[in-house]
Design a protein around this ligand. Structure first.
Ligand code: DXP
Ligand SMILES: NCC(=O)COP(=O)(O)O
Length: 237
């Protein structure tokens, strides 16, 4: 089964727009779980423009499903993850002011840095995942760091899908085969949507988890959160 982890960053962005507590990020996370989400993902960034560090602490004791924290491993982020102890940490190579994640790690150049982090989080009992593109060498070096999983950066798939689905998915199928051969688990995320998710999952049946935020929250404006989550789950059957 491929798990659906709902990224609630965009819910926090909406809340932050007015400075109050509407929508209530904690309630939305619990409702996502009640509506069938298998996990909740947050991606705190240094400027806290969406999910705040305080939200991450507040969410931890309330969530009943898998909690995934994504982000760049700054000292503050590492401390947060070690204190909160989520089920999974996903390391993303974002620069501090970046609008959104736009690339996977160069795992070769950062191999030593990432290996130390895998040890640190592994010793704390937290499953580790590294955000990577489809280049075989980057996946091979991710395995060398000792990561439990990789998360494939799916924006290139999403942007080519409408024009040429076969060409869009082909490098991801090859990357996914390599991940499996190297004995790592497989996650995927970024710009996955109701349009492109089913096709991706059909071609990569051994996908462990997808984390989806932006498109899912946009769809919820029209369909409602419950129906939206149900439709995303249908794509993963
Ligand atoms: C790693 C990744 O692709 C997502 O976490 C993405 O960065 C979502 O964050 P935003 O919703 O803030 O763009
Ligand atoms: N890891 C990807 C994620 O959490 C959500 O990305 P997006 O669906 O907001 O593009």
């Amino acid at each position: 089964m491929t798990k659906l982890s709902v990224n609630i960053n965009k819910v926090a962005t909406l809340r932050n727009a007015r400075g109050g507590n509407n929508p209530n990020v904690l309630k939305v996370a619990l409702d996502c779980e009640a509506f069938g989400a298998d996990g909740i993902t947050v991606h705190p960034r240094p400027d806290e423009r969406h999910i705040r560090y305080a939200d991450v602490y507040d969410l931890r004791p309330l969530l009943k499903t898998e909690f995934n924290i994504e982000g760049y491993p700054s000292k503050e982020f590492i401390d947060l993850v070690l204190k909160v102890k989520p089920h999974q940490v996903t390391l993303v190579p974002d620069a501090p002011g970046q609008i959104t994640s736009n690339a996977g790690w160069d795992t070769k150049t950062n191999c030593e840095f990432l290996t130390e982090l895998m040890d640190t989080f592994g010793e704390a009992g937290i499953r580790t995942s590294i955000f990577v593109g489809t280049e075989p060498e980057m996946i091979e070096y991710a395995a060398k760091t000792g990561a439990d999983r990789v998360e494939l950066y799916t924006e290139p798939y999403a942007s080519l899908y409408a024009k040429n689905p076969e060409a869009a998915v082909a490098p991801f199928v090859e990357a996914a085969k390599l991940v499996r051969k190297l004995g790592m688990g497989l996650n995927a995320g970024h710009d996955l949507s109701l349009e492109n998710l089913k096709y991706f999952r059909q071609h990569i049946a051994w996908l462990d988890e997808v984390s989806i935020g932006h498109a899912l929250i946009c769809d919820a404006l029209y369909l409602g959160l419950k129906k939206t989550i149900e439709e995303y789950k249908q794509c993963l059957l």
